[in-house]
Design a protein. Structure first.
Length: 104
């Protein structure tokens, strides 16, 4: 069974910082693609709320996610550039679904 970890981060900024938040999130995603434990890192922009972004990140396991949070680019871009722009944040972590019957 897979031990993959999925992280969904839903963040918003003030309207005047929306473009800068998007730039920083895209830069962070690009850097995260170089991590050996990162399987994917995609950033989506709300069509209806220009200041809202959702990142969907997939890691090989929880240790890979912990390693992600210890990287220089997480500190330099995520903490130093993204977080000061964020006015609302909801981050959810998901593990593999077990005991879910297969579709018939």
């Amino acid at each position: 069974m897979s031990s993959h970890v999925l992280v969904v981060a839903d963040v918003s900024s003030s309207p005047e910082n929306a473009e800068e938040l998007g730039r920083a999130l895209r830069e962070l995603a690009q850097a995260c693609h170089t991590e050996p434990g990162c399987l994917s890192y995609d950033v989506f922009h709300s069509v209806e709320q220009p200041e809202r972004y959702v990142s969907i990140e997939k890691y090989v396991d929880s240790a890979a996610f912990a390693a992600h949070r210890a990287t220089d680019h997480f500190r330099e871009i995520g903490l130093a550039e993204v977080m000061p722009l964020v006015t609302r944040r909801d981050v959810q972590m998901y593990g593999p679904a077990s005991n879910i019957p297969a579709a018939q």
